[in-house]
Design a protein around this ligand. Structure first.
Ligand code: BGC
Length: 843
């Protein structure tokens, strides 16, 4: 980060200088959201933007997916998040001159995201060509407490002279066309190919319904053409000034204006406050939504605007008490860590039973879809800091079960198959090889459920709804996998073929280690849950058995499959192959791959990538963490050393996992490097696509890297344990964990670990094998003898190069053939590099 422009501050992200060059990135960094509603950090002047974004979790349009070559069972219903009507616009004119960032003489500028107050502020001084010295102060919040509410406030003071000031507030439907100043609709300015961006729909999406104005109150509402969803935005406009002013209004289906013309006296401020309420539904008539919006605003008016700010700060006090992680002595890392944690609240807090999109509500990247990111990357944070939010997210999967059952049947399986990516519950991944084939999502959901239940003791949820997830996902594994029999005809090994693991640079393989290990967990978990239920809650068990038509023999069959699950292992290399044929592939020489060919997915056809041992993201290494109790220390070290040099980290879901395992096996400096890549992934725009929205999974992984990676926390089978790895340069690391109703404050220093407990009951855990119990209100300190093993440097390809494959041949690394005569396509212009005559191309 440019620290002159973004100085270090532990609680605030501060921007000292405005730049149009990276406007997309700063829009993302200064986004406000609450998990339901998100407003990108666009300036109220509404000028240049990467995306004038207002996003509402789950608010989407559908479209038929047109496959060039159709096949049975391909995903049919495309889904994409819609840019909701924009309420952020509050333009300022002085002497009828607009404030225009392109040309304005701006003398002072500071924008601050205050993560303790949950407010975005901007201060600037603008001197007009006529010499008017104008101070403009803006603030904005998206309420955590009142999830439908956003507040925006703008104060203009002409400091040195009287002047006519006009403030134009707008509500504008940007989804369907140009903005009023002829700017392009969001997304259309993008060039080039990038599968990580959103689908765009050319036709009109938002069909206008009721729209009106009544004094300072304005409403627009729409029905989404294909999905049938509805939305209403209702806004109040309040003015506060000693100056004389007049107010005018106008409304059309796609734009409403509330204009204040002020005869501003020198030094006399004018403040306009905009209270905005968004309501959406799957199909409720918009009139009803408008009424809901009115009620939200009436309540705010009755309480007074200030109370929205006070409640926001109060809400965040609670959030930080439950969730803060403190890195002593490193204000820069502290700031970035808090920014990531704040993003998790902004992405998940008020998702209220919806999923957590890959970009939260901060952008349209990945079309607003929910992936496994929610369960594996975000849910750990939610489970151990605010379990209610984890429960809400798990309910999203419960509610998706009917669609998941249909999908399983369509793929010839029993039980349920969760979609790889979705908003509505239907599979939206058009590319099955890296989509639907990621069957592991089933196990990921069950895994997150298991963690939640063990950490909270919420059997009520498990027995009423969660168990359905456990059983239906296990059923899928039982039919997707198959037995191989020995010569006596006895079942011997259970295999799972034709799947894709988390690493999307290898697809549709047999016996992907991650999938098999996680499926094994899933099968055992389901068997254990139904047996426990039969004992502990016979009535709930009977209801469940009836509801799910459970055959009493099923749990034994699941256990048997789990027990016999094939776990690929190479005796020769002493590592776990990623899948059955992974080691037969050539090794991609990443060390010789130039940066301009990264990420590989933007520069190589999938088939080229699939031929190699090269990883987009942690796969085996993730299994070593999630199912760490099933691997020895030696296995973890050998696997980490093998896979680390093959892992591109082209997905931001990778570095956090590499950090955790690097810390565990002893590459502690490397762990810190991976950690830094993760906390600055958006703040430093390290993957060059922060403009499309926050990398929420990575932000979740940051929490896990701190708590599990450096903090050494594990909780296999509901048993809490710690084996810390405090980085050498950190005096201490502190975090909070919620464990079955007890709040545990953990502090790790170089030579001790202290746990203070509050509320709930006594908690037992182990520290490097020694058992400890802490009573509520009590505290225990356990001495630490060092911070685990230490290995220097990082594993390299040359370590792999000396190894032999199973067939006795030498493993060696190479890169795909690069021929200079391959035409390089940029945009729509074929440009031929090198010797074009060879291809006979006429340039
Ligand atoms: C990753 C997936 C992830 C998705 C959304 C992809 O690049 O490979 O694992 O779920 O991004 O974050």
């Amino acid at each position: 980060m440019d620290r002159d422009r973004f100085p270090v501050d532990e609680w605030r992200l501060i921007e000292k200088r405005f730049s149009l060059a990276d406007v997309g990135v700063t829009e993302t960094l200064f986004t406000l959201g609450n998990g339901y509603l998100g407003l990108r950090g666009n300036h109220p002047e509404g000028g240049h933007a990467h995306e004038h974004g207002t996003f509402i979790n789950g608010f989407h349009e559908t479209f038929p997916i047109r496959h060039a070559e159709q096949a049975y069972g391909f995903a049919e219903v495309g889904q994409t998040i819609i840019n909701a009507p924009d309420a952020k616009v509050m333009r300022v004119y002085v002497d009828d001159e607009p404030l225009d960032f392109d040309t304005a003489d701006i003398r002072e500028y500071e924008r601050v995201l205050d993560m303790r107050r949950g407010v975005l502020t901007r201060h600037l001084r603008w001197v007009t060509p006529a010499g008017k010295d104008v101070q403009i102060d803006v603030d904005r919040l998206v309420s955590f407490d009142e999830k439908h509410l956003a507040v925006m406030r703008l104060t203009v003071t002409v400091l040195n002279s009287d002047a006519p000031v006009t403030i134009v507030c707008q509500l504008v439907n940007r989804q369907d066309g140009e903005d009023v100043y002829g700017g392009t609709a969001p997304g259309t300015q993008r060039a080039g190919f990038d599968p990580r961006k959103a689908e765009k729909i050319a036709e009109r999406v938002l069909a206008p319904q009721e729209y009106w104005q009544d004094g300072g109150r304005t409403a627009l509402s729409y029905r989404v053409t294909e999905s049938g969803m509805t939305i209403a935005v209702v806004a109040d406009h309040l003015i506060d000034t000693e100056n004389e002013y007049s107010a005018r209004t106008s409304v059309e289906p796609d734009i409403a204006k509330n204009v204040f013309r002020v005869q501003a006296k020198a030094g006399v401020p004018v403040t306009v406050t905009k209270l905005v309420s968004y309501h959406t539904s799957r199909g409720v008539p918009t009139r009803e939504l408008v009424d809901r919006g009115r009620r939200t605003l009436d309540r705010v008016a009755a309480e007074g605007v200030q109370s929205a700010y006070d409640r926001q700060a109060e809400w965040l006090d609670g959030f930080w008490r439950r969730s803060d992680v403190v890195i002593e002595g490193h204000a820069d890392l502290q700031q970035a860590t808090r920014w990531c944690l704040f993003q998790l609240a902004q992405a998940a807090a008020r998702a209220d039973g919806l999923g957590v999109p890959a970009k939260g509500v901060s952008g349209s990247g990945y079309s607003g879809h929910y992936f496994w990111d929610t369960e594996i990357y975000v849910l750990p944070f939610l489970t151990y800091t605010t379990p209610q939010w984890a429960r809400n997210a798990l309910r999203m999967r419960y509610l998706m079960l009917p669609a998941a059952r249909r999908r399983a049947a369509q793929l010839n399986e029993a039980g349920a198959l969760f979609p790889w990516r979705t908003i509505s519950g239907e599979e939206a991944s058009a590319y099955y090889a890296a989509g639907t084939a990621q069957y592991h999502i089933n196990a990921d959901v069950s895994f997150a459920l298991g963690k939640y239940v063990r950490a909270t003791g919420d059997d009520d949820f498990l027995y009423r709804e969660g168990v359905d997830i456990a059983v239906e996902t296990a059923r899928l594994w039982a039919t997707l996998g198959f037995w191989r029999y020995n010569e006596d005809g006895q079942p011997e090994v259970f295999h799972i073929h034709g799947v894709t693991g988390p690493d999307e640079y290898t697809t549709v393989v047999n016996d992907n280690l991650f999938t098999n290990v996680m499926a094994r967990f899933n099968l055992r978990f389901a068997a254990r849950v139904v047996r426990e239920m039969a004992e502990a809650a016979p009535e709930a068990y009977a209801l469940m058995a009836k509801r799910l038509d459970l055959d009493p023999a099923e749990p034994d069959a699941w256990d048997a499959a789990a027990e016999a699950m094939h776990i690929p292992y190479s005796e020769g290399l002493g590592i776990h192959p990623q899948d059955a044929v992974f080691l037969e592939r050539e090794v991609w020489d990443l060390e010789s791959t130039p940066p301009e060919q990264r990420p590989l997915l933007l520069h190589f056809h999938p088939l080229v990538i699939y031929r190699y041992q090269v990883l987009k993201q942690a796969d085996v290494v993730l299994a070593l963490y999630l199912q760490g109790n099933h691997f020895t220390d030696e296995e973890k070290l050998a696997d980490f050393e093998y896979y680390d040099p093959l892992t591109t980290g082209d997905s931001t879901l990778s570095a956090v996992v590499q950090a955790i395992l690097a810390a565990e096996v002893g590459y502690q400096d490397l762990a810190l490097q991976y950690f830094a890549q993760s906390i600055f992934v958006d703040l430093g725009d390290l993957h060059h696509n922060a403009a499309d929205g926050v990398h929420v999974a990575s932000a979740g992984g940051v929490w896990t890297a701190l708590v599990a990676g450096f903090g050494g926390m594990r909780d296999h089978y509901g048993e809490l344990s710690f084996d810390p790895r405090l980085p050498e340069a950190w005096p201490s690391l502190s975090y909070t964990l919620h464990w079955r109703g007890t709040e545990l404050k953990v502090r790790i220093t170089r030579d001790a670990m202290t746990v203070d407990a509050a509320g709930g009951g006594p908690v037992s855990f182990s520290v490097r094998g020694a058992s400890v119990t802490v009573e509520p209100g009590g505290s225990v300190t356990v001495p630490l003898d060092g911070q685990g093993p230490r290995l220097s440097g990082r594993p390299t390809l040359s370590d792999i190069g000396e190894s032999l494959r199973e067939d006795g041949t030498l493993l060696s690394a190479s890169v795909p053939t690069m021929t200079t005569s391959i035409p390089v396509i940029t945009g729509s212009q074929p440009v031929v590099g090198g010797d074009d005559s060879a291809l006979g191309i006429d340039t």
